[in-house]
Design a protein. Structure first.
Length: 378
């Protein structure tokens, strides 16, 4: 069984990342996802570096159908109501109150479809003092405490991929799946809610456990010191990552690989706890060793000693990694008028299979006419 949600119809009202990611995850599991887009430009990320078919939009919207509806009009709302009446899931990431202004309040939705799973993603929750604030990824990262684990307080620079957006979409999908399972057992619909704030907090549970139980206020180096994680520059200026965790065999293997047995006798590094305490000093010692040889040689030495390591690939280099190639992680589909579109396979296999990647992300309104006819929406 590779398509566990076959037969499930999802109506997606969301834009940008959180709801589109949740919708794409459901589509990857076999659900039919109809993305409702405004006739004037559709999802705002459509035209981000891409003339209504940006790489960003393509990345989060595969396996979906696109229908253009103006939800401010009576005809658009009526068409949406008819879709909802036949749907299993309604997914949105509007601010609180927007659905009500679109006349999609709880009473209306229940009247249209009592078995509907309604999932709303917000920035800060459905109520409270921040209810009406705008929220984006950087806001969620900052307010949750996650940014404090990533930024140098003396020279802060926002960097890296979207985290709050992505984990919120994942938690929304997991809530929808739980609600669908409950409905299969009871026949009852449900209201699923998550927020960028709470999802981001939930994403770093050990950070809060360390504070509440041990009084440890984490910094960007707290976790890496405890896990004995290192990023090091090699003699050819390429980077490598090493993660020793807790087994002594990895520590001993590292010392053998770098030819530094005397570090085991150094009082600062004699035990794991002392290596955690003196993390900066140990990193300096390792850095001095790793700069003496090129990365390829260090990879061979670490592999021979069974040390957990990986070269720090650039994004283009990931495509050429032999394990990535073996897994078939990336695939290409042809879009008429667009050309080849690269996608990432569903990372979960069921019974050894991923399930088919049916469609590249849709063009704006690509399926409007067919769905209007199929569902008698005209």
């Amino acid at each position: 069984m590779t398509q566990p949600l076959a037969g499930i119809l999802v109506i997606e009202l969301g834009t940008m990342i959180t709801a589109p990611l949740a919708g794409m995850m459901l589509a990857d599991l076999g659900a039919r996802v109809i993305k409702i887009e405004h006739p004037d430009g559709g999802d705002p990320f459509r035209n981000y570096r891409g003339d209504l078919y940006s790489p960003h939009f393509a990345a989060y919207n595969r396996n979906k159908e696109s229908v253009q509806l103006d939800l401010q009009s009576d005809s658009g709302r009526l068409a949406l109501h008819r879709l909802i009446a036949k749907a299993d899931v309604l997914l949105d990431n509007y601010r609180p109150g927007v659905l009500e202004r679109l006349r999609l309040d709880e009473e209306t939705l229940s009247g249209l479809n009592a078995a509907l799973i309604r999932c709303s993603i917000t920035g800060f929750g459905p109520d409270g003092p921040y209810r009406d604030r705008p929220a984006y990824d950087s806001v969620g990262i900052a307010l949750s405490g996650l940014a404090s684990l990533l930024l140098d307080p003396d020279d802060p620079h926002a960097a890296g991929p979207t985290i709050a957006d992505n984990v919120t979409g994942m938690y929304a999908c997991y809530g929808i799946l739980g609600a669908l399972l409950n409905r299969a057992q009871t026949g009852n619909g449900a209201r699923v809610e998550t927020s960028m704030l709470e999802a981001s907090i939930a994403f770093i549970p050990d950070t809060f456990a360390n504070y509440t139980q041990l009084g440890i206020s984490s910094t960007p180096y707290t976790r890496v010191a405890a896990s004995q994680s290192y990023a090091l520059r090699c003699g050819d200026r390429r980077m490598i990552a090493v993660h020793l965790s807790s087994p002594d065999k990895f520590w001993n293997g590292l010392l053998a690989a770098i030819g530094r047995p005397e570090l085991a006798r150094d009082e600062r590094f004699r035990t794991r706890d002392r290596r955690v305490t003196h993390y900066a000093a140990l990193k300096a010692e390792l850095a001095s060793s790793f700069k003496t040889r090129p990365r390829a040689e260090w990879c061979q030495r670490l592999e021979a000693e069974d040390v957990p390591y990986a070269p720090v690939w650039s994004v283009p280099e990931v495509f050429d990694d032999p394990q990535v190639a073996h897994l078939g992680t990336f695939y290409e589909m042809h879009r008429p008028g667009i050309g080849q579109v690269t996608g990432i396979q569903r990372p979960v296999r069921i019974d050894g299979k991923r399930g088919p990647s049916r469609m590249a992300a849709p063009e704006l309104g690509e399926h409007t006419e067919a769905i209007m006819t199929e569902f008698d929406l005209a």
